[in-house]
Design a protein around this ligand. Structure first.
Ligand SMILES: [Zn+2]
Length: 350
C-alpha cells in the first residue's frame, strides 16, 4: 500500500508555487513605479549634456534651417537615425528603414502654391513586452523654415528642442529595456516633416499609419520646449494643451507624473476652447486628435526669436529643456506601463 505524506505534498505543490507567484507579482509592480530603480535610472539618463550636444548639431548652420525636403533637412535626418542606431533602437518591423516617404504630390496638394520636393518622416520603435499592439506615439517635427536671403533660420527651439527631447526619451526607454524593464506597450518615436508648411508629415502619417490608429493609445507631441515667453520667464513652467480634451485620465496622469518628477507649473492658458491663438490646432498632435486619439501638446510659448534667424542653440535654457523632457518621459512611462489603456471619454468639441 502507498503511503502519502500530506505535509510534504502540500509544501511542494501548493505553498512553494504560491509563494513564488506572490514574490514575482510584487517585484513586477515595484519595478515600474515612479519610486522604482528602473524609472529613476532612466529619468536620470535624460541629461542637459546629451540634449545640448544633439541640439548644437540639429540647429547648426550645416543643416541650413532644415526646410522640408532640403539637403540640410536630410542631413539632420541622417544624424537623428545615426543616434537611434547607436542606442540600438530600430525602425518599426513593418518598414524596411527608418524613413516613411512623404510624397511631393501629397504635400503640394495641401499647401497651396508651394512646390515642395519629396520628404521623409523618421520612425524609431521599441516593441512592448506585454501589449505590443498598443502604441504610444512621442512626436516632434524636425523640419524648420530653411534659409532666407542667405540667412539660416536654425530653429533651435522650433523644433530642435522637441527633436532632441524625443531622442532622449527613446534612449531612456531603451536603457530600461536593457535593464529588463522595457515598456509594456510599444513606443513609436515619430519625427515628422512638413510641419511648418501645414502639419503635412503628421497628416500623411495619420492617413498612412504604420500601426492601426485604433490601437494608437495616445500621442504626446513636443513643439518648442527650450525657451520661455515674456509672461513666464523666471518661472518653472510648461504649457500643456489638449490633455483633457479626449481623455480625462491623460490630464490626471500628466499631473501625477509632474508631481512625482519635474514639479513644474503646468500652465493651461492655451487649453481653453475659445483661445484666440488656437494652439490646439497648430502642431502635429492635432492630426492624432482629429482621429479621436488622446493627445497632450507640450510648449514654451511664443517668444521674441520665434520664426526668426536668432532662434539659436546658445539661447536655449537647458535646465528647462531637461525638466520638460523628463516630464514627457514620466507621462509616457505611465501610459506605456499601466494596467489599462487610457479611456477616451471626451469629444473634439472646439
Ligand atoms: Zn514653427
Amino acid at each position: 500500500m502507498l503511503f502519502l505524506n500530506f505535509t510534504k505534498l502540500f509544501m511542494k505543490n501548493i505553498l512553494i508555487p504560491l509563494f513564488s507567484a506572490v514574490l514575482l507579482t510584487s517585484c513586477a509592480s515595484v519595478n515600474y513605479s515612479y519610486e522604482g530603480k528602473a524609472f529613476k535610472n532612466s529619468l536620470q539618463s535624460i541629461t542637459q549634456d546629451d540634449l545640448k550636444k544633439n541640439l548644437y548639431v540639429i540647429a547648426s548652420d550645416e543643416m541650413e534651417g532644415r526646410n522640408t525636403g532640403s539637403a540640410g533637412q536630410k542631413k539632420a535626418g541622417e544624424y537623428i537615425i545615426q543616434q537611434y542606431r547607436e542606442m540600438g533602437v530600430s525602425h518599426p518591423k513593418p518598414m524596411s528603414s527608418y524613413y516613411q516617404n512623404v510624397p511631393a504630390e501629397f504635400m503640394n496638394a495641401k499647401s497651396r502654391g508651394k512646390s515642395l520636393p519629396d520628404s521623409e518622416n523618421i520612425l524609431a520603435f521599441i516593441e512592448g513586452s506585454e501589449k505590443p499592439d498598443e502604441i504610444i506615439v512621442i512626436s516632434a517635427h524636425y523640419d524648420h523654415v530653411g534659409t532666407q536671403n542667405g540667412v539660416v533660420y536654425n530653429g533651435a527651439d522650433d523644433d530642435g528642442s522637441g527633436t532632441v527631447a524625443v531622442m532622449e526619451i527613446a534612449e531612456a526607454f531603451q536603457k530600461a529595456k536593457k535593464a529588463g524593464h522595457g515598456p509594456k506597450r510599444s513606443m513609436l518615436f515619430l519625427h515628422v516633416t512638413g510641419e511648418e508648411h501645414g502639419l503635412l508629415g503628421s497628416d500623411y502619417y495619420s492617413q498612412n499609419p504604420v500601426f492601426p490608429l485604433a490601437n494608437t493609445v495616445s500621442n504626446l507631441n513636443i513643439d518648442m520646449i527650450g525657451r520661455c515667453d515674456p509672461e513666464n520667464c523666471g518661472k518653472d513652467y510648461v504649457y500643456v494643451i489638449g490633455s483633457a480634451m479626449l481623455s480625462t485620465e491623460l490630464k490626471a496622469i500628466n499631473e501625477a507624473a509632474n508631481n512625482k518628477t519635474a514639479k513644474m507649473l503646468l500652465n493651461y492658458k492655451y487649453d481653453q476652447p475659445n483661445d484666440p491663438q488656437r494652439l490646439y490646432y497648430r502642431s502635429d498632435h492635432y492630426n492624432f486628435a482629429k482621429h479621436n486619439i488622446p493627445v497632450a501638446f507640450f510648449f514654451d510659448g511664443i517668444h521674441e526669436d520665434y520664426h526668426k534667424p536668432t532662434d539659436d542653440a546658445d539661447k536655449i535654457d537647458y535646465q528647462a529643456l531637461q525638466k520638460r523632457t523628463q516630464l514627457v518621459f514620466a507621462t509616457a512611462w505611465e501610459l506605456a506601463n499601466r494596467k489599462d489603456r487610457i479611456v477616451v471619454d471626451g469629444k473634439n468639441d472646439r
